[in-house]
Design a protein around this ligand. Structure first.
Ligand code: NAP
Length: 300
């Protein structure tokens, strides 16, 4: 058996095409979607991620504003910038690039972002909303994974999904989204007793572990659909290259469909960041309209 390769680049291009269409519709209504990206310090990988996000925003017709703070900026300085962006009606989405320098409390500053502008979906109001099944901004990487699964499998209802990893940014929200899509969900982690045996029962496997090629064919049921979130840099025959958490060659022999690394989940993350920015812009415009109507009704 040779698995169908799920083309994340093509799927992301389709999402971005829809985003461009939605941006044009908003612009025709006089709404100019804008994303503020904050980068603290000069971590090399973060620089690349921020550059790509700004590039994609431009391609989608979304206005982007880059805010760079030096690595030694105080937490108070960062909080002041977030407060400024929260209050700015021309900014619809705020993305704080992680990781932050060690002296800044990540959770404290993430909670300072207006939940309506929290396009990463990390604010506890959005996290809680997701677990309650409310219509909130959801984290980009798991949202992109769910989209790939729905495009590949259609209705996910009743399927058994195993999520490997329980981080706040991937594993937990992934499990919540799969539950919302009516899957039976098992989450495994480093303390699970026999994660491999649990994984062997899965129709759907989402690997978000951060361990190069940990999941090989022996973890998979024949015909499983495999989404590989992992991005790991390894040395291979003297060359540095990226691999996932799944051993692609071995897993492809038993899986029905699988994402490659690179070219699988990665492009979906940025596409969903743009989608969330448009959603945020639409919701804010709607809220402002309702507010003006309420003021008009109370004064007329
Ligand atoms: P993380 O915060 O380090 O979490 C890793 C999770 O894997 C933890 O829950 C850990 O369990 C679990 N784990 C570790 N070893 C395990 C094992 N042997 N068996 C079962 N579970 C194990 O990582 P993350 O932020 O979720 O990221 C995971 C991977 O996705 C990384 O490679 C990252 O680079 C990649 N990533 C990609 C994108 C993208 O856009 N494609 C976005 C985000 C992350 P414990 O909780 O018990 O420690």
């Amino acid at each position: 058996m040779s698995a169908h390769i799920i083309d994340g680049k093509a799927a992301a291009a389709r999402v971005l095409q829809q985003v461009r269409h939605d941006v044009n519709t908003l612009k025709a209504e006089g709404i100019e979607p804008a994303l503020a990206v904050i980068l603290v310090g000069n971590d090399a990988a973060s620089e690349v991620y921020v550059r790509n996000k700004i590039l994609r925003a431009g391609e989608a017709g979304i206005h982007s504003l880059e805010h760079r703070l030096p690595a030694n900026s105080s937490q108070a300085r960062l909080l002041a910038l977030i407060a400024e962006l929260n209050a700015d009606n021309t900014v619809n989405g705020i993305l704080l690039q992680l990781p932050l320098p060690a002296h800044i409390e990540e959770n404290r500053v993430l909670q300072a972002i207006d939940p309506g502008k929290d396009v990463d979906g990390f604010h506890s109001e959005n996290v809680g909303g997701l677990s309650q099944g409310r219509n909130v901004l959801t984290p980009c990487t798991p949202s992109g994974c769910l989209h790939l699964l729905e495009e590949t499998c259609g209705d996910l209802s009743g399927k058994h999904a195993v999520v490997i990893g329980r981080s706040n940014i991937v594993g937990k929200p992934m499990a919540a989204l799969l539950l919302q899509a009516h899957c039976s969900v098992t989450v495994v982690h480093s303390r699970s007793n026999d994660a491999r045996a649990l994984c062997q029962l899965a129709d759907i496997v989402v690997a978000a572990v951060g361990r190069p090629r940990l999941i090989d064919a022996s973890w998979l049921k024949r015909g499983a659909v495999v989404i590989d979130v992992g991005i790991n840099r390894i040395e291979d025959h003297g060359r540095s290259r990226l691999v996932g958490d799944v051993d692609f060659d071995s897993a492809s022999e038993v899986a029905a469909a699988i994402t490659p690394v690179p070219g699988g989940v990665g492009p979906m993350t940025i596409a969903f960041l743009m989608k969330n920015t448009v959603t945020a812009a639409r919701q804010q415009a709607h809220a402002q309209r309702s507010q003006s109507e309420a003021v008009c009704l109370s004064t007329c």
